[in-house]
Design a protein around this ligand. Structure first.
Ligand code: ZN
Length: 245
């Protein structure tokens, strides 16, 4: 294939824009916030599970407290009723029985009140635990918000850079003859994103191999408008005054 040295050198500009576009695509696909956000999402899920357990414990303690309060109310009603009956009876036998029952009810009430204190402490502890978890959850959520905002901003910046590079590429590609451009695209598809490389100091910048012997002779003998391929990596080899041949 033939192409003017100037057109061939345009391929190097095109290549540098394509390399830049590839790097931008890579950066967009691997934004630094992605991994910490995934980690935070995991922590958020774990905290939700812990909170459900803590709320379960709190509800259990509250239910137990309600039951104890109701037991105390029943005992107190019974104490009031027995006290009333005690005042209105003249039977010594009844008095003895009522007094004994009242003593037993008083013990029962005291016992229930002791249990109430223990359960009240459990309710309080469980409330604190839920509050701690809520605080942790809020911290995670605000961290997520901050990272998402950073990520979106970084993505927007990179997208803008990509759009600018795409416009530049369109301009450069528009100036390259169609046949040469198609050849470059074909080499680029096969050359892991690199279709054209500069020959600098007899070394291909695509594969870093130095031309020697008959390969070097071939390049030296080639006409300036011959489109050459690197004998090692098969990419378009572009000669400039830096080529050292
Ligand atoms: Zn090469």
């Amino acid at each position: 294939m033939k192409a003017s040295p100037a057109d061939q050198q345009e391929l190097l500009r095109l290549q540098s824009l394509d390399t830049r576009l590839q790097q931008l695509a890579h950066r967009l696909g691997a934004l630094p916030q992605t991994a910490p956000l995934a980690e935070l999402a995991k922590r958020h899920t774990a905290v939700r599970g812990t909170r459900a357990e803590a709320v379960g414990a709190l509800e259990g303690a509250r239910a137990e407290l309600t039951r104890l309060e109701s037991d105390v109310a029943i005992v107190e009603a019974r104490i009031a009723r027995d006290g009333d009956r005690l005042q209105h009876t003249s039977s010594v036998k009844d008095v003895t029985a009522l007094e004994s029952e009242l003593a037993s009810l008083a013990r029962r009430r005291s016992d229930l009140e002791d249990q109430e204190l223990v359960v009240m402490q459990r309710v309080e502890d469980a409330e604190l635990r839920v509050a701690d978890i809520d605080e942790e959850r809020a911290t995670i959520e605000s961290e997520v918000e901050k990272l998402q905002a950073e990520r979106d901003e970084a993505a927007a910046g990179l997208t803008k850079e990509r759009e600018a590079a795409e416009r530049d590429r369109d301009v450069v590609a528009g100036g390259v003859p169609a046949e040469l451009l198609a050849f470059y695209e074909q080499r680029r598809a096969r050359g892991a994103g690199i279709g054209a490389a500069l020959l600098r100091q007899r070394t291909c910048q695509g594969c870093n191999m130095t031309l020697t012997g008959s390969d070097l002779d071939t390049v030296r003998r080639a006409a300036a408008d011959d489109v050459l391929l690197c004998p090692d990596c098969d990419r378009i080899l572009v000669r400039t005054e830096e080529s050292g041949i």
